[in-house]
Write a protein that binds this ligand. Structure first.
Ligand code: 5AD
Ligand code: SF4
Length: 453
């Protein structure tokens, strides 16, 4: 069978980046990537189990590939692999190997065994103090890069499967991180996103012993790096020095993703979130007291076990108080093995009603807040083009999507992806801004945009 592989990724940015590492590993072994499962000798699914729907998607893919599976090697990676383990072979007997998110260091050995014809190979150990420092990473985009700084999670939120899928918290050595960041800058990358389930819990294991804020300072100061983001932050570990680091470094973006999950202290207690409503609001105040105008986004779960109408009202009122730039909201989904799955559940219809109400409330906030930006000039890092609307699509430092046209043909014929453009905002919607190009910069530093085409 040809050494070709197809990989599909589900879930969070951590998973997207894990797939980039797996791709590097496979290409170093002589595999080449193809764009459909039918062309591939090896089909990989890098999976997410955060909610039941995400997990179901994987089994539906595995069902779909069954007919074509003969002669192909099928592998399940990521969180479902870790959480469901060998049960996957019962549900989908055509799967050849499973490798969990905490076991990627075992992947070369797993592949050796699979290539030697062994069936049902597993890498499922959760007890690890190692990080996945891939020797080669094949990134999706040549100008914007993820760097994992901390893996796993030591918190114990009662709804969450992550501690069971990604293992204990492990920070990567600051020296290795700086080496990676410098190398990226030298290759023309200008945007770096630092990743971790609780990114701001970072503690340098090296003798330098850097705090997260120090790491931000050092990466923010690297020549040619223009934007540094980090996600996801935990409110309990969000300290003043992080805000100061943002104030000191222009390259640190004016955006913090700070999941609150609920606006009710009693629900937060049931979730074991380690902070209450007031503490969260104090953290928000601290971030808003920065000299820079830092925008906030959040995650919210509605219908957590025991959530009353009054609790839910508290979440709505928190939206009014904080005025988030965006909110990711979800119905609570019971996960096997987590404490909240055993608690008294809120009926599904009620969860649905609360989700709709919350989203409507936040939509109004975003409509109003985005409309306030009309007339302003914003810098956008261009990510893609929208052929249908003849627009470029970029992001502002505050992480807003900005769609813009080039009416005076300033950049005729140029591919603006990966460049920074000044854009005049002319209109807005609840989830994005619309504008017109004012100026585009000279040629970008990176090479190889063909990756994107
Ligand atoms: N049900 C619904 N949403 C969940 N999240 C995590 N676990 C669950 C669950 N069991 C949400 C949280 C988290 C985001 C990534 O997914 O809001 O911040
Ligand atoms: Fe999904 Fe969480 Fe795993 Fe990311 S870490 S893929 S969100 S279960």
């Amino acid at each position: 069978m040809s050494k070709t592989f197809y990989i599909e990724t589900f879930g969070c940015q951590m998973n997207v980046h894990d797939s980039e590492k797996v791709r590097g590993l496979l290409e170093a072994r002589g595999y080449s990537q193809v764009s459909s499962p039918s062309e591939a000798g090896m089909v990989l699914y890098n999976t997410c189990s955060i909610r039941d729907k995400a997990e179901q998607k994987v089994f539906s893919r595995l069902g779909g590939i069954k007919r074509q599976a003969s002669g192909k090697t099928i592998g399940v990676l990521g969180c479902v692999a870790q959480h469901n383990g060998e049960d996957i072979f019962q549900q989908a007997p055509h799967v050849d190997f499973v490798c969990g998110s905490a076991s990627y260091n075992a992947l070369p050995e797993i592949l050796d065994r699979v290539e030697a014809g062994e069936a049902r190979v597993t890498g499922l150990s959760l007890e690890t103090n190692e990080t996945f420092d891939a020797p080669r990473i094949e990134r999706d985009r040549p100008y914007s890069a993820y760097i994992t700084i901390i893996e796993g999670c030591d918190k114990s939120c009662t709804y969450c499967v992550v501690p069971f899928t990604r293992g204990p918290e492990r920070s990567r050595d600051s020296e290795a991180l700086m080496r990676e960041a410098r190398e990226l800058a030298a290759r023309g990358y200008t945007e770096i996103t630092l990743l971790g389930q609780t990114v701001n819990s970072y503690r340098d294991p090296a003798s330098a012993g850097w705090s997260f804020a120090r790491l931000l300072d050092e990466i923010g100061r690297l020549p040619r790096i223009r934007r540094v983001r980090f996600t996801t932050s935990h409110p309990s570990d969000f300290t003043r020095d992080i805000v100061d680091a943002i104030d000191r470094n222009e390259s640190l973006c004016d955006w913090v993703h700070l999941p609150v999950q609920s606006g009710s202290t009693s629900v937060l207690k049931g979730m074991r979130r380690t902070y209450g409503r007031d503490e969260y609001l104090r953290c928000v105040e601290m971030i808003k007291s920065a000299e820079r105008k830092i925008e906030l986004s959040t995650d919210i779960i509605v219908g957590f076990p025991g959530e009353t109408e009054a609790d839910f009202e508290q979440t709505l009122s928190l939206l009014d108080s904080v005025q988030y730039a965006s909110v990711f909201s979800f119905k609570y989904s019971p996960r096997r093995g987590t404490p909240a799955a055993e608690m008294q559940q809120v009926p599904e219809v009620e969860k649905g009603r609360r989700l709709r109400e919350l989203q409507q409330r936040q939509r109004r906030i975003q409509l109003r807040r985005n409309a306030e930006l009309i007339g302003r000039s914003e810098e956008a890092l261009v990510e893609r083009r929208n052929l249908k609307f003849r627009q470029w699509v970029g992001r502002t430092t505050q992480n807003r999507v900005l769609n813009f046209s080039d009416p005076s043909a300033l950049a005729t014929g140029r591919d603006l992806r990966g460049t920074y453009c000044q854009v005049q905002v002319t209109a807005s919607g609840p989830n994005s801004l619309v504008g017109e190009l004012v100026s585009a910069e000279a040629e970008p530093a990176f090479q190889g945009l063909h990756v994107l085409n």
